[in-house]
Design a protein around this ligand. Structure first.
Ligand SMILES: N[C@@H](CCC(=O)N[C@@H](CS)C(=O)NCC(=O)O)C(=O)O
Length: 327
């Protein structure tokens, strides 16, 4: 784990001293958008037109934020159009690397050995965290975006004129419902598990863990009455929740101490996870070996032995009864 400072890699862990033991996530730095015609998106520069074969993704199979992007690539049938490199699960003094291992896909594009070299290829003086996912543009040789919530919006619609599969997961008419659901889930669940797990004081941990379970209880109620978060239609809100829930029992319960309840204790939430897991193309995006090994082996301050628990015994392919709802 480390950070780039003026183009130089420094090996450091998250600094929580200045924030009372709280983990504070930094804003992503590269914020341009791929659009249908290359016009600028809501932020950043223009010039990134959606074209088959032009863009490349750098992802980690362990990372829930990168996982969203891999899910949208699958949902929208963009596998042939957007290539992928996948880092090794073990993230230590050099950050993410392309060391060989099962499921690792080398960086044939920039020939990077370490992920920070991809950031330096885009900006030799870059200062900031080196995170995945990253959307890279072959044509201009730079990073378009390293913000997953925005990359999934690009994949959702920008490639529709060049052969993406049908499906709109952020429909105009549901945005007023999706946005607040996303905001609550981001704070208390997606980022909440990290705020609990990376907290270095009891108070900071409890400040994260109680709201996390309040939100899970609220989601359980909602999903007991309807198939998806916004009713009978699958939206990005469902997929953003899924990548955290699928990691919850194997990793967050133990490693991040999010252990008031397991997802297995929530009938609607666990049925929802299996339902989404069994959607076409999704099971292939879930790499449980990378997920478990990344967290338990990489976070030496939390799990110094690096021992990876063998459980839980979880069958995501088991039947679910979610099709009793319309949808
Ligand atoms: N806001 C970013 C967050 C991405 C992120 O934090 N990725 C983690 C992996 S799960 C990472 O690469 N961390 C490395 C670091 O913080 O140094 C997004 O949603 O794309």
């Amino acid at each position: 784990m480390g950070i780039l400072q003026d183009g130089v890699w420094r090996d450091t862990w998250y600094d929580t001293k200045a924030t009372g033991g709280r983990f504070m996530r930094k804003e992503s730095a590269f914020r341009s958008w791929v659009t249908r015609d290359g016009a600028p998106g809501p932020t950043g520069q223009g010039g990134f037109k959606a074209e088959a074969g032009r863009y490349h993704l750098y992802i980690s199979h362990a990372c829930p934020w990168a996982h969203r992007v891999m899910i949208f690539r699958a949902l929208k049938g963009l596998e042939e159009m957007i290539s992928v490199s996948a880092v090794h699960w073990y993230m230590a003094e050099n950050g993410w690397t392309f060391e060989e291992g099962p499921g690792v896909v080398q960086d044939d594009l920039n020939g990077a050995e370490f992920m920070y070299q991809v950031y330096l290829a885009a900006d030799p003086g870059y200062s900031g965290r080196v995170t995945v996912p990253v959307l890279w543009d072959r044509e201009t040789g730079t990073i378009v975006s390293n913000e997953s919530s925005e990359i999934i919006r690009m994949l959702n619609s920008a490639f529709d004129d060049v052969g993406a599969a049908a499906g709109d997961y952020y429909p105009e008419e549901l945005r007023d419902e999706i946005d607040p659901i996303n905001a609550r889930i981001y704070d208390s669940v997606n980022n909440g598990v990290y705020r609990a797990g990376f907290a270095t004081t009891q108070a900071a941990y409890e400040e994260a863990v109680y709201p996390l379970f309040e939100t899970l209880d609220w989601l359980e109620g909602r999903l007991s009455r309807q198939r998806y978060l916004c009713g009978d239609r699958q939206t990005e809100a469902d997929w953003r929740l899924f990548t955290t829930l699928v990691r919850f029992d194997p990793v967050y319960v133990g490693h991040f101490k999010c252990n008031l309840r397991r997802i297995a204790d929530y009938p609607a939430l666990s049925g929802f996870v299996r339902d989404l897991y069994q959607q076409p193309g999704i099971a292939n995006t879930v790499h449980m070996d990378h997920i478990k090994r990344h967290y338990y082996e990489s976070h030496g301050t939390i799990n110094p032995t690096g021992v990876v628990p063998v459980g839980p015994d979880m069958d995501l392919s088991a039947p679910h009864d979610r099709d009793r709802f319309a949808g």
